[in-house]
Structures are given as C-alpha cells and as structure tokens.
Design a protein around this ligand. Structure first.
Ligand code: ZN
Length: 273
C-alpha cells in the first residue's frame, strides 16, 4: 500500500528519541510522503528544518488558534516563500478549548487565510466546534484550496465543505467506537478526501494509549475501505493522488541546500489589520 501522510507532528519532543529511525522505517513501510505540520513559531520553523533534511517530507507554517495571540505575520510571509513549505496551517478556530479569545482567533485565522491566498498556498484547517465561523471566514477571504483536517462535522457540514470545493481529511479517530463519521465517509467522493494520523495524537484502534506515528496510517485507510466497501489499496491510492495534487508536490525533488530563494510568484496584497 502506497500512503501519503498528510498531517504529522514529527518535530515534537515525543519523537526525540527515535525520530530519524522512525522516519526511515516509515519510508520503507509504504509511506511515500509526509506533510509535517506547524502550529506556532517553533513548530513551523522545526517543520521546515525537518523538511529540508528529507526529500519526501514537506512542511506547513501557521499559528493554531491556541497560539493565536503569538501570531507573527512576518514569519508566515517569510516561511510561505520557502520551497518546502507547501501550505499555511494548521490555522482555524477552536471554540471547544478556547485557549485564545474569540476575537483574536477570528482575526488571526482571517489574516492567515488572507496570506495563503496572497502567496497562492492551500490551507490546513483546524476546526473545533466552529463550523459556520470557519466557513464564513474562508468564504470571505476567498480561499479556494482548503482541507478540513481531522474532520468532525456532520453530513450537512460535509456537504457544505464539498460544495465550496474544499477537502475533508480523516484521522484514526474514525476507528473509535464513538465516531459519528460513517455517513460522511460513505458520501465523500473519491477525489475529495485525504488521510492523516495527526501523530503523536489520536492513535487509531488497536493502538489507543500508545504514541501515534505514520506507521499506523494504513489503519485509517482500512477503516474507510470497510465503510465504503472497497479495498484499502483503492482508498490509499485515491487519498495519495488527492494529497499529491492538493499540496502540489513537485515532480522533481526540491533542492534545499541552496539559500532559500523566492521561487513562488507572490500576489501579495496588503495584509488586513
Ligand atoms: Zn495537528
């Protein structure tokens, strides 16, 4: 099975002991590409560093709603020009844990969505109990390319997301007994979903309580296959193709030894206050 891990946090201390060995194991166990996700200054920088070390790892840069009060637009602009940064994320709204004030969350999310459009990058969305607010801000900022990471909405919201042209991504949470995503998985078209582990978080069954890693990604594909009544290989292949296209993975390996230039043509507009 050829797999594309679209959401990992391999830069986190959870992987300090065996990071490189684990990455080697992933790439020899069917994982072809990994997107390592930033969520604040430190993890965005560390994600890029990891991506620059490994041809088949790419990075994202962004401020998660929990870290919204630290938002630094200049850092995001700088990272958005890096060759191995393929998306802005994870950004969004979290009205469940509410670690930052609503107003700051909204403003920082809108700002980063705006930057993503300006730099012609897709966005990775973190949305917790904020479906309609996320939808509204993405629409206002005219975001065309977005993926709802670890999708948790109902079928009505899924239809809304698909209608807007955005993607839906599933984690190991779909293997949990309390998962309510069966209907969404059944209806999502084959060209509109991706798979991810969100490791070290959300280990799929039967690994709950363990550290999650891309090595468990096949369990997500298998669960989707079971619900859609197709083979895991078909699920993995479609998810792979969708991710490859969504993140615009370059056909040629990116050279990362040279000083980072400005390969992307930016259409940067004035950033909103
Ligand atoms: Zn994440």
């Amino acid at each position: 099975m050829k797999l594309f891990e679209t959401h990992a946090h391999l830069d986190l201390p959870d992987f300090n002991k065996d990071r490189e060995a684990l990455i080697t194991k992933c790439f020899s166990s069917g994982i072809e590409y990994i997107i390592n996700i930033g969520f604040n200054k430190e993890t965005s920088l560390n994600s890029l560093e990891l991506a620059n070390k490994h041809t088949h790892i790419f990075a994202t840069a962004g401020y998660h709603p929990h870290d919204a009060t630290d938002f630094d637009a200049e850092l995001i602009k700088r990272l958005a020009r890096e060759k191995k940064v393929v998306a802005i994320g994870e950004i969004g709204l979290d009205f469940f844990r509410n670690l930052s004030p609503y107003t700051v969350q909204r403003e920082v999310f809108a700002n980063q969505a705006h930057l993503a459009v300006a730099y012609d990058l897709p966005v990775v969305i973190h949305n917790r109990d904020a479906h309609q607010e996320c939808y509204r801000i993405l629409k206002e900022e005219e975001v065309k390319h977005a993926v709802f990471h670890c999708f948790t909405g109902d079928i009505i919201f899924a239809e809304q997301v698909l209608e807007a042209g955005w993607m839906i991504s599933f984690t190991g949470a779909i293997t949990y007994a309390n998962s309510k995503l069966e209907d969404v998985i059944r209806m999502v078209p084959m060209d509109r979903f991706m798979i991810e582990t969100d490791c070290p978080y959300l280990p799929p069954v039967p690994h709950r309580g363990e550290r999650n890693s891309p090595l468990f990604l096949h369990l997500v594909a298998e669960k989707i296959a079971e619900i859609k009544e197709i083979t895991p290989v078909e699920v993995a292949q479609h998810a792979f193709d969708n991710a490859y296209k969504f993140f615009r993975i370059p056909a040629e390996p990116v050279k990362t030894l040279t000083k980072s230039g400005s390969k992307r043509k930016t259409r940067e507009r004035k950033t909103k206050k």
